[in-house]
Design a protein around this ligand. Structure first.
Ligand code: MG
Ligand code: MG
Length: 630
């Protein structure tokens, strides 16, 4: 299958789109009529540009309102088609994509449509061109691929074929069974799009919310499995209308697109054992055992305050790097790396972003295989010079230019702390706070990046996405997407908002980019943890009294229990019999904060009901300069 993408998916002018598409490694492109109309040059120049970039124009689209026109309009409709053929001749494109008629005066009847297509096929054949028919989910008479196929079948012309479009198929919940019996060579084009399941009119859903395979909720693997049985070998093309994509950088979105198809075809091959894509085998998605470490980039000014906070949280300064200004802090299974180097990656990250998490280390089943898979998925590997007695830890670029490192337990990487660090023998000075592991990591990003990073994580690692949630910030809505391993060993919360006034957006403005905004540590006894933190002088986020009054009204918790939560600024949530307790530190340097959580009875969520309370409490404490100016 030739991997292709429609120009409509990307932002920018046609030149920019074509360059981005070629740079991402696509070999085919669908030219959207509007992109051609708004282009300054001629179709011949577009053809030359595509040739220079190694792109084949697989189709010109869309040709609208064709089949079943009433007799008085029929001749004009065919004349219109001839003009498209003229244009295609200049473009060097042989396939016209015709989508089903939406005109109110169009007439129904499979035979009528078939005879229109037979004539169109005749005209196309004279020019050595072909036409392909797509059932729009909102077509006037034809809105189901099974009817479109019946039209094509009855047209019975070698130059007339079918378009299958996953969006139109799933939007109407059309059964895939009939697809399996369509001969693959009668399918001229397959258009792929995913989408979140939304309860809205199909046209708006299609025009604004389509996304790349793996970013939505359609069962695209079922679609591909059915398609594979047809023997289809033609172009597999992405056709996505999405506001986030049109707001994003063309190059990044094009790479996301190709990554999504590589991932989809990889899943198909895993399932069926048949390779229909001709691309290299990918190592399987990595199992993630947890967070191996979190690395903070700091300068000399912020370091003492940050280390005081770490001590207050109960961390011990367990190791010193043998050759660098880097220390290791531990508690339970948590490792925090404090990097105060005055050169190298962490230093430049600190200059750009200030005090921040510059890298996340993940404990995976096989670090080398994870890096291999990442590269095949077009993720960007990272290497920097390694000194004597240092390990080269496999890494790729993550959110906001940060790094994602891969550590495993069967190579030398397992001994990184012994190899690179001298143990100090330090014990926690602030008393044991009982933090056991990293519960979740929350990252803030620009709205148009959210789908990029969702696909980045889920294509590389064995993680599942849960549905997107809206969280109410005093400054606007924040979209929140959770991705997590089935066993909960890795949980990531991706946040984005379009408002410039939300905490999530202020974080982006203040830190010059996307990154980790908070880290939640798990404890088995939050109350004991919080008491110890308070004794250690750690300032916790004050929660307003009203919250506890409301909790009293909403739950059957005893007054004594509520008073205890209130006295220690602990937030509470419940799911069935499972309970969740959470508390927050004040924000460090107006940048990031820590959360302390206790999960009881298998609680699986993140206390989303409490997020607005937390956000409002943080907004009250934020320094005035961080507040919106108008
Ligand atoms: Mg389509
Ligand atoms: Mg949280």
């Amino acid at each position: 299958m030739k991997l292709s993408i429609a120009t409509v998916c990307l932002s920018g002018g046609l030149d920019e789109k074509l360059e981005a598409i070629a740079a991402a490694g696509f070999k085919g492109v669908e030219i959207f009529e509007n992109d051609l109309l708004s282009y300054g040059g001629t179709p011949i120049e577009i053809a030359r540009r595509c040739r220079d970039l190694g792109l084949e124009i697989i189709t010109f689209q869309p040709f609208r309102d064709f089949e079943g026109m009433p007799p008085e309009k029929r001749a004009r409709t065919f004349a219109r088609a001839e003009r498209k053929f003229d244009l295609m001749a200049e473009l060097g494109c042989d396939l016209l994509m015709v989508c089903s008629n939406v005109a109110p005066d169009s007439l129904g009847g499979i035979d009528r449509a078939a005879s229109d297509f037979r004539e169109l096929g005749e005209r196309a054949a004279k020019r050595r061109m072909r036409v392909a028919f797509e059932a729009l989910a909102w077509g006037r008479n034809i809105n189901d691929y099974r009817d479109a196929w019946e039209v094509v079948r009855r047209a019975d012309h070698a130059h007339v074929g079918l378009v299958l479009d996953s969006f139109h198929t799933f939007a109407r919940k059309t059964d895939l069974g009939a697809m399996r019996s369509i001969p693959g060579d009668r399918i001229f084009l397959v258009q792929m799009a995913d989408a979140p399941i939304l309860d809205m009119d199909i046209l708006s859903w299609s025009r604004h919310y389509r996304n790349f395979p793996g970013q939505g909720n359609f069962p695209l693997l079922e679609f591909m499995t059915a398609l594979q049985t047809t023997g289809f070998t033609g172009p597999l093309s992405l056709e996505i209308f999405n506001d986030q994509f049109r707001a994003g950088a063309a190059r990044r979105v094009a790479i996301d697109g190709r990554r999504s198809l590589i991932f989809l075809l990889d899943q198909l091959r895993q399932r069926t054992g048949i390779d229909s894509s001709g691309t290299a085998f990918l190592p399987p998605r990595s199992q993630c055992r947890g967070t191996a470490f979190l690395e903070f980039a700091l300068d000399g000014v912020a370091t003492p305050t940050f280390e005081t906070l770490l001590r207050g949280l109960g961390f011990a300064r367990a190791g010193e790097h043998r050759s660098k200004a880097v220390t290791r802090w531990t508690q339970g299974a948590i490792n925090i790396v404090v990097n105060t180097e005055s050169q190298g990656f962490a230093h430049s990250f600190n200059i750009t972003h200030g005090t921040s998490v510059c890298a996340i280390g993940l404990d995976v089943s096989d670090a080398a295989a994870t890096l291999d898979r990442a590269q095949r998925l077009l993720d960007q590997p990272f290497r920097q010079a390694v000194g004597p007695n240092e390990l080269e830890i496999p890494a790729v670029r993550g959110l906001g230019g940060s790094l994602v490192y891969f550590i495993d337990r069967h190579s030398d990487l397992a001994r990184v702390w012994d190899i690179e660090f001298d143990a100090t023998g330090d014990k926690p000075t602030g008393g044991a706070c009982g933090l056991t592991s990293v519960d979740h990591i929350s990252q803030s990003m620009h709205y148009e990046e959210l789908l990029t990073w969702l696909l980045f994580y889920t294509s590389l690692l064995d993680l599942d996405q849960s549905s997107e949630q809206d969280v109410l910030d005093p400054g606007g809505l924040v979209k929140s997407q959770v991705i997590q391993a089935a066993d909960g060993n890795l949980r990531l919360v991706l946040n984005a908002s379009q408002s410039t006034r939300t905490q999530s957006s202020r974080f982006l403005a203040d830190t010059f980019g996307s990154g980790v905004q908070h880290i939640a540590f798990a404890t088995d006894d939050l109350l004991a943890t919080v008491k110890q933190l308070t004794a250690n002088g750690v300032k916790l986020l004050p929660i307003p009294e009203n919250y506890y009054d409301d909790l009293e009204a909403k739950t059957d918790l005893s007054q004594a229990r509520i008073d205890e939560l209130k006295a220690h600024n602990i937030l509470y949530d419940r799911e069935g019999g499972a309970e969740f307790l959470q508390a927050y530190t004040e924000t460090f340097d107006d940048r990031f904060f820590f959360e302390l959580v206790e999960r009881r009875g298998g609680y699986r969520s993140f206390g989303a009901v409490n997020a607005p309370i937390r956000l409002a409490a943080q907004a009250r404490l934020a320094r005035p300069a961080a507040m919106p100016r108008a």
